[in-house]
Design a protein around this ligand. Structure first.
Ligand code: CP
Ligand code: NVA
Length: 307
């Protein structure tokens, strides 16, 4: 594997399946041992410019469960790029710690950390990608179906960071993905082009549309996320007005196949992109996704921090 996990496209299909195997092995081992020795003496720095529940807790618990430790550095603590340049933070942290997990506004910041640090850098969400989330999501689908190739996944809503990582990952893994967004909220053309190029080699179909009903038809997995990502708060009202037709609700799901699962990375904005009834309903696998954040990040850490 590469030194860093900045984009899900840093991984090959074989490397993704290897992470899935490792995630399962570690989960099984931890059933019998309260703590595993694999990251003894290692420390992960968590640089977070934005809030987090799942990502922060799962990285901290993952390190602890393998005998390592984590140190959380908020923007108020270190002033990344303000009190000190990103490059200097990366160079200094590399002297003391064994890995950096970074949640940033700009994707360029994660790239800069990766350029200037000697230790692995893991993207814990940027404005462009959320690779750890997408890996946990694919592991969730794999757990449920026992396969990934030829699976049909629909994305309903904003063409955002989570959508980008899912789209690239789907292309790598041979998953067909239909992305339905309002006009002007499609994923970035650069990422779509990258995904289409990867998809060709893996027999995956990636389709971008503005029609949510078309996207959910024939899709066994239906995924949505907030209409307003962190950092876009000033656009919230405008977005609410544009995204109405993209709510995942009973009416839209009347077009879904008989058997389908509902996915959401969380946090959810109940009553906006998804209704309570759907989020808490029998098709929802959102808590499996959240649980798998821990398992897949253990596998990522156990791999990157020991290479
Ligand atoms: N899904 C996710 O990354 O959640 P947090 O923002 O709470 O970390
Ligand atoms: N797209 C969301 C994901 C949160 C986990 C955001 O960036 O805020």
């Amino acid at each position: 594997m590469k030194k860093d996990l900045v984009s899900i496209a840093d991984l090959s299909k074989a490397e993704i399946y290897k992470l899935f195997d490792k995630a399962r092995d570690l989960k099984d081992e931890l059933k019998f041992e309260p703590r595993l020795p694999y990251l003894a003496g290692k420390t992960l720095a968590l640089i977070f410019e934005k809030p987090s529940l799942r990502t922060r807790v799962t990285f901290e618990v993952a390190m602890h469960s393998m005998s390592g430790s984590a140190t959380y550095l908020s923007q108020a603590d270190i002033g990344l790029g303000k009190r000190e340049s990103v490059a200097d933070v990366a160079r200094n942290l590399s002297l003391w710690i064994n890995g950096i997990s970074a949640r940033t506004f700009s994707h360029k910041t994660v790239l800069e950390l990766s350029t200037y640090s000697n230790v692995p850098v893991i993207n814990a969400l940027s404005d462009l990608e959320h690779p750890c989330q997408a890996l946990a999501d694919f592991l969730t689908i794999y757990d449920k179906l026992g396969r990934l190739e030829g699976v049909n996944l629909a994305w309903i809503g904003d063409g955002n960071n989570v959508c980008n990582s899912l789209m690239l990952g789907a292309a790598i893994l041979g998953i067909n993905m239909k992305i339905a967004t309002p006009k002007d909220y499609e994923p970035k053309p650069m990422i779509v082009t990258q995904a289409l190029n990867i998809a060709k080699k893996n027999k995956a179909k990636i389709i971008v549309t503005n029609e949510p009903v078309d996207a959910v038809k024939d899709s066994e997995f239906i995924y949505t996320d907030t209409w307003t990502s962190m950092g876009q708060e000033t656009e919230a009202d405008k977005r609410k007005a544009v995204f109405g037709k993209f709510q995942v609700n009973a009416k839209l799901l009347a077009n879904a196949p008989r058997s389908y699962s509902i996915m959401h990375c969380l946090p959810a904005h109940r009553g906006e992109e998804i209704t309570d009834e759907v989020l808490d309903g029998p098709h929802s696998i959102i808590l499996n996704q959240a649980e798998n954040r821990l398992h897949i990040q253990r596998a990522i850490l156990a791999t990157l921090l020991t290479s």
